[in-house]
Write a protein that binds this ligand. Structure first.
Ligand SMILES: Nc1ncnc2c1ncn2[C@@H]1O[C@H](COP(=O)(O)OP(=O)(O)OP(=O)(O)O)[C@@H](O)[C@H]1O
Ligand SMILES: [Mg+2]
Length: 497
């Protein structure tokens, strides 16, 4: 037995984040940790990895009671964690981040750069990650950052590796790569704790499942005997259908038109129309240019040629501010960086894109802010103490709901959702889909980027597939996953019908 947690407790002020955390993990086992957003998964694992101190309960490591004061202590005992929110140093290189705090030191304390670069290159090549040792981390996509975190965790030959939603920002092929890593670790008798919201990936890797709800361990069972429906039931405490399918509505007038758009070195000659009431899915592998297209439409990256029309009228959008004036909203992929003011309260985050609505006389009205915030909290079921809580203190999934609610509150009419359900639990996902559906029914046009094919099939009326900066095809909402994959990965670029 590697790890034993019994009745683990943790409070944050008035929040009892962990009330009764129980978990046992053996060497060579992959243990899945599941639960709704805010259930206490990350908190429990942060205690194990030395990032938080427990308030009560037992924490045994290889049979001995321990209480790590910092991550370095946990690391020395052989425990490493891949974090949900990137803890990398943004201005350092990939290699420096992987070896941060444990550089190969030369006698006088100088870093052995050469050895560090060589080791990093070997690690990257072994796992076929599209990275270079000398790249700066702040230029990487969320997926790239996640891969650096994984390299950092496996580099040290740990006995227990904790993955906190490692694949939530990864494409299907990268996800397979992570599964490969997990399997190798298991063969090497490493214990793995794996937190995920993706029910479809459970069967790929897990041996045991433990479900947390409201800070308590509710259930533990071998995966082989557990059905997905029962896992969901333990998570939410009630039966819930795991299948959502949107009823499409007849689309109205074109809200957003993109004509022959080219931008930067990637995007070439893109044509796209999204009508009122429509949800158009944008599929493709990471790096296909989906995020870049959203950025170009939203005025973050310059458009080199072609045009954008909003409600039939050509518009020149040269900045996000102008995009907002044209009633566009962008819910970005990298919420940690661009979507969320972590040091500000939830209420600020919800209303910051919508100051006019909460300033009836030209001055911000505290009561209007409270009404708007409470409405957003109720609508997306944001789990928090109150609207005054700092956004950075919410669980990962609840942070994402705050970002989404900010735009929903603003009442934009054209929405660009980039990976809107990344890291959101099953119940909350359906809530996000319902909000999207409701927006569409009220006449909004929605473009939704997602790497999760089952989700696109559930939500989108049509799916446009992109590869290497071009559209490779368009499919009806009732298409199969295989069709999308084929277009995303293999087919030669063609014209969208
Ligand atoms: N540093 C903190 N300060 C105050 N409250 C916190 C802090 N960290 C976590 N919490 C609260 O503890 C509870 C559990 O959060 P935790 O991050 O463990 O959830 P989680 O299960 O990982 O959820 P998710 O799936 O959304 O990541 C939440 O209510 C969260 O707001
Ligand atoms: Mg978490």
């Amino acid at each position: 037995m590697l790890l034993e947690l019994r009745g683990l407790q943790k409070r944050f002020g008035g929040v009892h984040a962990l009330k009764k955390g129980d978990l046992c993990v053996e060497a060579g086992e992959v243990h899945l940790l599941m639960g709704e957003n805010g259930a206490g998964k990350s908190t429990m694992m942060k205690i194990v990895a030395g990032l938080q101190r427990k308030d009560g309960g037992d924490f045994l490591w290889q049979g001995q009671p321990v209480d790590f004061r910092n991550p370095a202590e946990a690391q020395r005992m052989g425990i490493a964690m891949v974090h949900q929110e990137s803890l990398l140093a943004p201005h350092l290189s990939v290699a420096e981040n992987i070896f941060l705090g444990r550089e190969d030191l030369l006698p006088l304390g100088f870093v052995n750069r050469q050895a560090m670069m060589t080791k990093t290159r070997r690690l990257i090549e072994e796992h076929k990650f599209p990275l270079q040792p000398e790249w700066r981390v702040d230029r990487l996509s969320p997926a790239g950052k996640q891969m650096v975190e994984i390299c950092r965790a496996i580099q040290h030959g740990s006995s227990l590796l904790i993955f906190d939603e490692p694949t939530s920002s990864l494409s299907d092929s990268e996800t397979k790569e992570v599964f490969g890593i997990v399997r190798t670790l298991r063969q090497r008798k490493v214990g793995v704790i794996y937190i995920t919201h993706r029910l479809d990936e459970l069967r790929e890797v897990g041996d045991h499942v433990t479900v947390l709800r409201d800070g308590e361990t509710i259930h533990t069972e071998p995966l082989a005997t557990l059905t997905t429906d029962r896992i969901i039931q333990y998570m939410v405490g009630r039966p819930l259908s795991s299948v959502y399918k949107r009823e499409p509505i007849t689309p109205g007038k074109p809200m957003l038109e993109v004509k022959n758009l080219s931008s930067g070195t990637l995007l070439r000659n893109l044509n796209l129309t999204v009508r009122a009431g429509e949800i158009v899915g944008l599929a493709g592998l990471v790096g296909a240019g989906r995020t870049e297209l959203c950025r170009a439409i939203f005025g973050i990256d310059p458009i080199d040629s072609g045009e954008v029309l909003v409600e039939g009228k050509p518009v020149r959008i040269r900045s996000p501010r102008e995009a907002v004036q044209s009633s566009l909203a962008l819910i970005p992929e990298d919420r940690q960086k661009t979507g969320l003011a972590r040091a500000m309260p939830i209420s600020f985050n919800v209303t910051m894109a919508n100051m006019e609505a909460v300033s009836p006389n030209g001055m911000v009205s505290t009561s209007a802010v409270k009404v708007a915030t409470d409405k957003a909290i109720a609508r997306l079921h944001i789990r928090c103490e109150s609207g005054g809580q700092l956004a950075g203190r919410l669980s990962g999934g609840n942070q994402q709901k705050v970002v989404i609610s900010k735009w929903v509150t603003r009442g934009a009419r054209i929405y660009l959702f980039d990976e809107p359900t990344r890291g959101i639990d099953v119940g909350a996902k359906v809530e996000v889909f319902e909000v999207m559906d409701e927006l569409a029914r009220q006449g909004a046009a929605i473009l939704m980027v997602s790497s999760e094919l089952p989700e696109l099939l559930q939500v989108a009326d049509r799916i446009v597939v992109m590869r290497q900066g071009r559209f490779t095809g368009e499919l009806p909402g009732r298409t199969t996953q295989e069709d999308i994959l084929r277009l995303a990965a293999f087919e030669s670029p063609g014209k969208v019908s």
